[in-house]
Write a protein that binds this ligand. Structure first.
Ligand SMILES: C[S@@+](CC[C@H](N)C(=O)[O-])C[C@H]1O[C@@H](n2cnc3c(N)ncnc32)[C@H](O)[C@@H]1O
Length: 254
């Protein structure tokens, strides 16, 4: 299914020297093979071929969606990794078009899918059929041919056939139980990354690293969004959302 991204700026007017909002900013990812209904009227599928379209008093700019527009629409189970944390994993491990990645658990496949557009190959393991099904659906909707979703308990290294992995990412409740598998599958110099919301998980993970690993660091990425609108120039009021700690270690033996 081909898609188009419709964007509408907010529309304001001045009434009695006061700025009044007439309609809000909107963004819609739509199937370009069908007419699309908005609250202002219907946009005909033929009009989706143009650069913009008027519906009532509103004007939508029409764009071809990029990967990130489609990625933001994937199906989500409870907890998916955030963009700020994905960025830190990529930056600290140097993931690139030659990288072979292993990821567990798959969850909704959010991390696996994002890394799929950057890395050469991503293999992702989960134990739950429901999660595997959603992740496969997401991989297909993003048309990622290099992302493989597999069923298996990552804590038992016999379940994992892959070898010579560049980066192994653990997003599971007990990441320390995945260290033996990491030892078996990572290449010398490969990275083991653990993503855990609680510092006691980090503590146990780091204490459990064997002599075959060099512990590098644990970080928490804080993203602070600002409002930049008229006279309002300040950090947004919402809380600093803690997501998880990222711990990085490197395999130093063969
Ligand atoms: C928080 S989710 C992962 C989210 C994922 N990183 C994403 O971005 O969508 C954790 C997943 O780990 C899976 N899991 C837990 N223990 C596991 C194990 N031993 N082997 C493989 N997967 C496991 C769970 O079923 C769950 O789907």
């Amino acid at each position: 299914m081909a898609k188009k991204l419709l964007i509408k700026k907010e529309r304001k007017t001045i009434v009695d020297d006061r700025l009044v909002l007439l309609s809000k900013f909107e963004k819609h990812l739509v199937d370009d093979a069908k007419d699309y209904s908005t609250q202002y009227g219907v946009i005909k599928k033929d009009d989706l071929k143009n650069d913009s379209v008027k519906v009532g008093k509103e004007e939508f700019t029409i764009l071809n969606p990029s990967f990130i527009d489609n990625y933001k629409q994937i199906r989500r189970l409870a907890q998916i990794i955030t963009l700020k944390d994905i960025g830190a994993i990529i930056a600290n491990t140097g993931i690139n078009k030659e990288s072979i990645i292993l990821d567990a658990g798959t969850g909704s496949g959010a991390l696996a899918c994002f890394l799929g557009v950057i890395a050469k190959k991503v293999v992702s393991y989960d134990i739950k059929d429901e999660h595997l099904a959603v992740a496969r659906q997401n991989v297909n909707s993003l048309k990622l041919k290099n992302v493989q979703i597999k069923k298996g308990d990552i804590f038992d290294s016999k379940n994992v056939r892959e070898k010579n992995i560049d980066v192994f990412i653990l997003d599971v409740t007990e990441p320390w139980r995945g260290i033996n598998t990491a030892d078996k599958i990572l290449k010398k110099g490969g990275f083991l990354v653990s993503y855990s919301p609680n510092i006691n998980q980090v503590d146990l993970f780091v204490k459990s690293l064997s002599e075959n690993f060099l512990y590098e660091k644990t970080v928490e990425i804080i993203e602070r969004e600002w409002t930049v609108k008229g006279q309002v120039l300040r950090p947004q009021m919402k809380d600093f959302g803690h997501t998880a700690f990222l711990s990085f270690a490197r395999k130093i033996t063969k």
